[in-house]
Design a protein around this ligand. Structure first.
Ligand code: BES
Ligand code: MN
Ligand code: ZN
Length: 515
């Protein structure tokens, strides 16, 4: 199993002359206060006349997401012009640009066009400065241009034109540095999302726990992260009953992968510790899941994929901040040696857990990884997990749940959510939920019925994160897309990747100082 190739690079062209002989030029068109399409700059006279006609005929008023594909070579040698509405310019949000760029990408891919240009918009409002705009547009292109084709052969592979050479064109040289910064940032995020989505799509028979650990080591080595993988023997020595218990029914043993990014001068910082649920396949174990949609459970390692991809981004960009990643890697399968409902596990923390449902496995492996995080004396430990079906009941897919015992980091994470488009909503941690986890025979039980199940799961993890500044992200509800969205194609979304990458890249270098 080889990882699929990364996305192509989105290029930036800062010359005032229109691109020569391009198959297509995408132009983002805003809407005037009179509700009409504004006249964008950089268009040929003929294209402007066509836009005017389309506006007069009531076919195009530049509302967000509206598309108008114009054919006919302009005097500049541009064969097609794709106009994309972005709505009222004065209230423009990065998310609108991300979606507009994504819609253009999808439209051109359907038309068999992979190489094209996009005109970066001029006169951006304060709500969307050039660096943030260029990042959002680059992300939209890369996210919408993703396809998992590793297992499709021959002609069938090319169901749509693959993303080719895309160039962003801006003649506003005064903003050159900001445009460049944004494109580079957008590429970093896009690269991370492609990696995470590939990992999520790779099936459970290819990306086994052993293979996932190897991939993590490979990525660490090529990007300059320190890395170590603990396997069964070492995990037993550490008393990690959660990891061992969940993995007991699998042919593969459990792994704990530890990656560290600590550039010179940061070695003594208290690190951010990222903990990812990395269940390569969740069958439910003896508490077996129903057959319908079970294949999606190959994406039950989305949290781990997001952490790995964000770590690679931190290393590649030389983030001036110490970050540690812990990937709790297992497969949850039923067989004669699998853990049973009623089994009692002793966790690394010493606490005992009565397993009433073997399908509530994520919290068991995260409990051991959270305990392991203590040795790093984290500035903040952040776990991310496809943890509960209840997250989908609560939120659908418009938000992810954020639980927090670290208000300053929670605020940063919410800000990263707003910028990345992976929005978060704060959820309560309360004694009332923790109490539901009392067991008759052990310190804790791992489930407590359907009511408030997302909050009870968080309360379970909270016991193992006690005393550490901690954030918990439940991302089950956004990990898999059954309907196409502008920049989230059907299938694995790579949920949490853009969020964590944005969060890390926006961390201040000097917070907190020293050990
Ligand atoms: N990885 C799953 C999340 C999930 C939930 C997948 C629902 C598909 C459907 C997680 O491990 C899980 O199985 N959670 C269960 C826990 C329950 C048995 C207490 C859930 O939320 O339904
Ligand atoms: Mn499960
Ligand atoms: Zn699971």
């Amino acid at each position: 199993m080889k990882l699929p190739p990364p996305p192509p690079h989105v290029e930036l062209d800062l010359t005032p002359i229109p691109p020569a002989a391009s198959p297509a030029l995408v132009v983002l068109v805003s809407r005037t206060s009179a509700g009409e399409a504004a006249r964008p700059d950089g268009l040929s006279e003929r294209t402007l006349a066509q836009l005017h006609a389309a506006t007069a005929d009531g076919e195009f008023d530049a509302r967000p997401g509206q598309l108008l594909l114009l054919h006919g070579t302009t005097s500049d040698g541009i064969r097609r012009t794709l106009l994309v509405g972005i709505g009222t310019g004065s209230t423009l949000a990065p998310e609108t640009l991300r979606r507009a760029a994504a819609q253009a990408t999808r439209r051109l891919r359907q038309a068999g066009i992979g190489d094209w240009h996009l005109r970066l918009p001029a006169n951006l409002p304060a709500s969307c400065p050039p660096d943030i705009a260029a990042q959002a547009i680059t992300e939209g292109i890369l996210l919408a241009g993703y396809a998992f084709t590793a297992y499709r052969s021959g002609a069938d592979q090319a169901r749509a034109a693959p993303l080719g050479a895309v160039t962003l064109w801006a003649s506003d040289a005064a903003q050159a540095a900001a445009w460049r910064r944004g494109v580079v940032r957008g590429q970093t995020v896009g690269d991370a999302a492609w990696l995470a989505r590939d990992l999520c799509h790779l099936p459970g028979n290819a990306l086994t726990p052993q293979r996932f650990a190897e991939v993590a080591l490979d990525i660490a080595q090529t990007s300059g992260l320190r890395a170590e993988v603990l396997a069964t023997e070492e995990l037993a020595r550490l008393g990690m009953g959660g990891l061992l218990g969940v993995a007991a029914g699998s042919r593969d043993g459990p792994r704990l992968a530890i990656l560290e990014h600590a550039p010179p001068g940061t070695e003594r910082q208290r690190p951010i510790v990222l903990v990812g649920k990395t269940v390569t396949f969740d069958s439910g174990g003896i508490s077996l899941k129903a057959a319908l949609d079970m294949e999606q459970m190959k994406a039950d390692m989305t949290g781990g994929a997001a952490v790995l991809a964000a770590m690679r981004a931190a290393a590649r960009t030389g983030l001036p901040r110490r970050v540690v990643a812990l990937l709790a890697i297992v497969e949850n399968m039923p067989d004669a040696s699998a853990m049973r409902p009623g089994d009692i596990l002793r966790m690394a923390s010493g606490a005992t857990v009565e397993v009433l449902n073997t399908d509530a496995e994520g919290r068991l492996i995260l409990a051991d990884a959270l305990h392991y995080a203590r040795r790093f004396e984290p500035a903040c430990v952040i776990d991310i997990a496809t943890l509960t079906g209840a997250s989908a009941v609560v939120f659908g897919s418009a938000f992810n749940a954020l639980f927090s015992s670290a208000p300053a980091y929670a605020a940063r994470m919410e800000q990263a959510g707003a910028l990345s488009g992976e929005r978060l909503w704060p959820m309560p941690l309360a004694q009332a939920y923790a109490e539901r986890l009392h067991s008759e025979v052990a310190d804790l039980r791992n489930v407590a019925g359907p009511q408030g199940a997302m909050l009870v799961a968080a309360a379970f993890l909270q016991q193992f994160a006690a005393g550490m500044p901690w954030l918990h992200l439940d991302i089950y509800n956004t990990c898999w897309n059954t309907e196409a969205h502008p920049y989230l194609p059907k299938g694995a979304t790579g949920a949490g990747t853009r969020l964590l990458t944005q969060f890390l890249l926006d961390l201040p270098a000097d917070d907190p100082a020293g050990p």
